[in-house]
Design a protein around this ligand. Structure first.
Ligand SMILES: NC(=O)c1ccc[n+]([C@@H]2O[C@H](COP(=O)([O-])OP(=O)(O)OC[C@H]3O[C@@H](n4cnc5c(N)ncnc54)[C@H](O)[C@@H]3O)[C@@H](O)[C@H]2O)c1
Length: 349
């Protein structure tokens, strides 16, 4: 296939007025890359096969890539998701069509780990309560002694999952002089040892940690992993933080333990149903801090996701395997290998 390496960006990268949704996503390196031509797709959700017939690569924001999105031309070689979640992408359909699905772990690692630290510091420092007190004036100042914070030295930071984000959270938390414990059935023992993390049983994380953080993917095995029983194992003084995926936590059970003050509090960036229902009783509680699945949204997060996607796409253009490929089996398929070879011969390694 001669001609340009054509890159599509899903239509939801642009607002209705044509301006970019994420101005920090720098697409200049793509525009300027020799041999590359790029275009925004019309906003169709899910994407339709015919929209993608003439493209080699797709950078995908939130639109769904479903079986009906797979172009018949066989030209599309990579779907580069803007972020690390890929529940909007039909992975088997990609694999069957010889399309690599790449995600951007390098873009979200630091921003999400910082979000977790933000929740830890806000919860243990009683930031929200003290903000309210200061606004009350004299009565607020008079009541400040009733809202003592919790120091972190020697306390136990626990995690369910020590992957990309979980490990970074521990890395960032090092100067706080806490004890680190985690459960991860597939943990890299070397990374855990380097970070000073003691690997323990799942229930031990809940029973022993002063702060339990959730850093595993959502799967059949982890759906409602944080249930009434495990919440019941937690210390009365402990906090739960979930920035991973809402359905990992049984939200009704969490609401109950928070209401009954059987744990000290929670920080939630994700929910079982998003967007949240403003009438959800969870949102009426004063011992929970919430964010709209966006605590990690910073200029640097979007710049990082964009840079990672641009790099993945340019890697494919030059016949290289990008980082963050989810469906790794595609890399061994003769069809995909032949396509990489073709790109390499046309655009140089
Ligand atoms: N809030 C946000 O905006 C946001 C942004 C990015 C990622 N996330 C979420 O953060 C979570 C972690 O992402 P990541 O990039 O670190 O993923 P990752 O795949 O690098 O790490 C996940 C870790 O969880 C472990 N794991 C798998 N099953 C487990 C189980 N049953 N019990 C314990 N551990 C288990 C894996 O072995 C792996 O080490 C994911 O749920 C992801 O969707 C949220």
């Amino acid at each position: 296939m001669a001609g340009k390496f054509r890159v599509a960006l899903s239509g939801d990268f642009k607002k209705a007025d044509g301006s970019p949704v994420f101005p920090d996503f720098d697409i200049e390196p793509l525009r300027k890359a020799p041999g590359v031509e790029m275009a925004y797709l019309d906003s169709r959700n899910p994407l339709q096969a015919a929209q993608l017939d003439d493209f080699d690569a797709l950078i995908l924001l939130a639109h769904r890539f479903a079986p009906e999105s797979v172009p018949k031309s066989g030209r599309l070689a990579v779907v580069a998701r803007f972020g690390v979640g890929y529940d909007t992408v039909d992975v088997p359909a990609c694999t069957a069509a010889g399309i690599a699905l790449a995600i951007t772990p390098d873009g979200v690692r630091r921003p999400v780990a910082v979000s977790i630290l933000t929740f830890i510091l806000a919860l243990t420092g009683k930031l929200m309560a003290k903000d309210r007190l200061a606004r009350l004036g004299p009565p607020g100042f008079a009541a400040r002694g009733e809202h003592m914070g919790v120091g972190l030295v020697g306390r136990t930071l626990g995690s369910v999952g020590v992957g990309n984000i979980g490990a970074e959270m521990f890395r960032l938390a090092r100067p706080f002089d806490m004890k680190f414990i985690a459960h991860d059935p597939y943990a890299d023992a070397k990374t855990a040892a380097e970070l000073g993390i003691e690997l323990v049983g799942l229930d031990d994380v809940f029973a022993s940690a002063d702060i339990v953080t959730i850093n595993c993917p959502l799967s059949d095995a982890t759906r409602h992993l944080v249930n009434a029983r495990r919440l019941g194992l937690m210390k009365k003084t402990a906090y739960l933080i979930n920035t991973a995926r809402g359905p990992i936590v049984d939200q009704k059970a969490l609401t109950e333990v928070l209401r009954e003050r059987r744990i000290a509090g929670a920080g939630l960036d994700v929910f079982e149903v998003e967007p949240t229902d403003p009438n959800d009783p969870l949102l009426k509680l004063d011992n929970v801090i919430v964010a709209p699945h966006a605590l990690c949204w910073t200029d640097q997060c979007f710049a990082g996701n964009g840079a990672a996607d641009v790099k993945a796409v340019l890697d494919i253009q030059h016949g290289r395997v990008p980082r963050g490929v989810v469906n790794r089996e595609v890399l061994d398929s003769p069809r995909f290998k032949a396509r990489l070879e073709d790109y390499r011969s046309r655009f140089g390694a």
